[in-house]
Design a protein around this ligand. Structure first.
Ligand code: NAD
Ligand code: FES
Length: 279
C-alpha cells in the first residue's frame, strides 16, 4: 500500500498528490513515470512523475480527474492509501549537454514540463519556458515554473492572462528573434506537440516530445503503447516516453488514443453516478 502524504487541488479538475514511496523517490528522474492502481481491481494508469523528494522519500504526480480511475484517485484523502505504485518506469528525458533549451508545456502537460525545466535549470542550463492554457482559471504551477526557468512566457487561448494565443506563437517569435536552442522539449496535447515540431523543423532544432499513448503493463510486454517513430515501431513505456518529435507519426498516435473514447465516456458517467462525481 502507498500512503498519500499530501493532496492539493490545483484547479477544478487537476490535483497534486505526494505518495510515500522511498524506493521510487531514490531513483526517479524527470521524464519517468509510475503506474498506479487505486485498489486491487483497479485499472493500471500511467502518470508522469511531477516531482520527488529523495530525503523525504516521496513522489508526486499531477493529474486531471477525467477518467474513471483518476476520478477515484481524486476522491482519496491525505492519510489514505492506494494499492499499487510501480516505478520509476521509462527513461529520463535525454537532454544532456544542452546549454540553452526551450521547455513547452500545454495545459496539464505543464506538470511534466515543470520537472524537466527544474532539472535543467538546476544543472545551469538556460531555460526559456512557454506554458499554454485555455484560460486564466485553469493555470497551474505558475510560480514553480517561474522558479525553474530563466524566462517564463504564459499564454492563454482566450487572452484572459498572459499573451493571447497558442504556445507555438511564442516559440515562433523566439526562434525568429534568433534564439539558438540546443533543444526544445514539449509535452501537452498531441496536436500541440505536432505543431511545436512543425515550428522547429525549419530551424532544424532538435525537438523532444513526451508521448502519452495508451499503456497497460508499462514494461514492454503488451504492445498497447505502440508508436511509430522514424518508420519504426517503438514502445513508449520502454523506448520512451520521450522521442525525437520530428520522427513521430502524430496522426497515428491521435487515432490510437481515440480508440476507447466511447467506453471511457461510459465509465466516466458510471463513476460519477456512484460517487457523486468529480464532473
Ligand atoms: P489544452 O487542450 O487545454 O491545450 C493546452 C495548450 O496547448 C493550449 O493552451 C495551447 O497553447 C496548446 N495547443 C493546443 N492545441 C494546439 C495547436 N493545435 N497548436 C499549437 N498549440 C496548441 O490541454 P489540456 O486540456 O490541459 O490537455 C493536456 C493534454 O496533455 C492532454 O491531452 C493530456 O493527454 C496531455 N498530457 C500528456 C502527458 C504526457 O506524458 N505526454 C502528460 C499529461 C498530459
Ligand atoms: Fe505495454 Fe508499453 S504499456 S508495451
Amino acid at each position: 500500500m502507498f500512503q498519500i502524504v499530501h493532496k492539493q487541488q490545483l484547479n477544478d479538475e487537476v490535483y497534486r498528490m505526494d505518495f510515500a514511496a522511498p524506493f521510487i523517490a531514490r531513483k526517479a528522474r524527470a521524464g519517468q513515470f509510475v503506474i498506479f492502481r487505486v485498489d486491487e481491481k483497479g485499472e493500471r494508469i500511467p502518470l508522469t512523475i511531477a516531482d520527488y523528494d529523495r530525503e523525504k522519500g516521496t513522489v508526486a504526480v499531477i493529474f486531471q480527474a477525467v477518467g474513471r480511475s483518476t476520478m477515484l484517485l481524486a476522491q482519496k484523502q491525505e492519510g489514505e492509501s492506494i494499492a499499487d505504485l510501480v516505478g520509476p518506469l521509462g527513461n529520463p528525458t535525454p537532454l544532456e549537454n544542452a546549454k540553452k533549451v526551450a521547455v513547452i508545456g500545454g495545459g496539464v502537460g505543464c506538470a511534466i514540463a515543470y520537472p524537466v525545466a527544474k532539472e535543467l535549470h538546476e544543472a545551469g542550463v538556460h531555460v526559456d519556458m512557454i506554458a499554454g492554457f485555455r484560460s486564466k482559471n485553469i493555470i497551474i504551477l505558475e510560480e514553480e515554473m517561474k522558479q525553474a526557468s530563466d524566462r517564463l512566457f504564459v499564454t492563454t487561448d482566450d487572452g484572459t492572462y498572459g499573451e493571447k494565443g497558442l504556445v507555438t506563437q511564442v516559440l515562433q517569435r523566439l526562434l525568429e528573434e534568433g534564439n539558438e536552442y540546443d533543444a526544445v522539449f514539449a509535452v501537452g496535447p498531441v496536436v500541440m506537440m505536432k505543431f511545436v515540431c512543425a515550428t522547429t523543423k525549419p530551424y532544424n532544432v532538435r525537438t523532444i516530445v513526451s508521448l502519452n499513448p495508451i499503456m497497460i503493463d508499462g514494461t514492454g510486454m503488451c504492445g498497447g503503447c505502440r508508436v511509430t517513430v522514424g518508420g519504426q515501431i517503438k514502445f513508449a513505456c520502454v523506448d520512451g516516453p520521450d522521442f525525437d518529435g520530428h520522427q513521430v507519426d502524430f496522426d497515428e498516435l491521435m487515432k490510437r488514443n481515440n480508440t476507447y473514447q466511447e467506453q471511457e465516456a461510459q465509465e466516466r458517467s458510471h463513476t460519477c453516478r456512484l460517487f457523486g462525481g468529480a464532473e
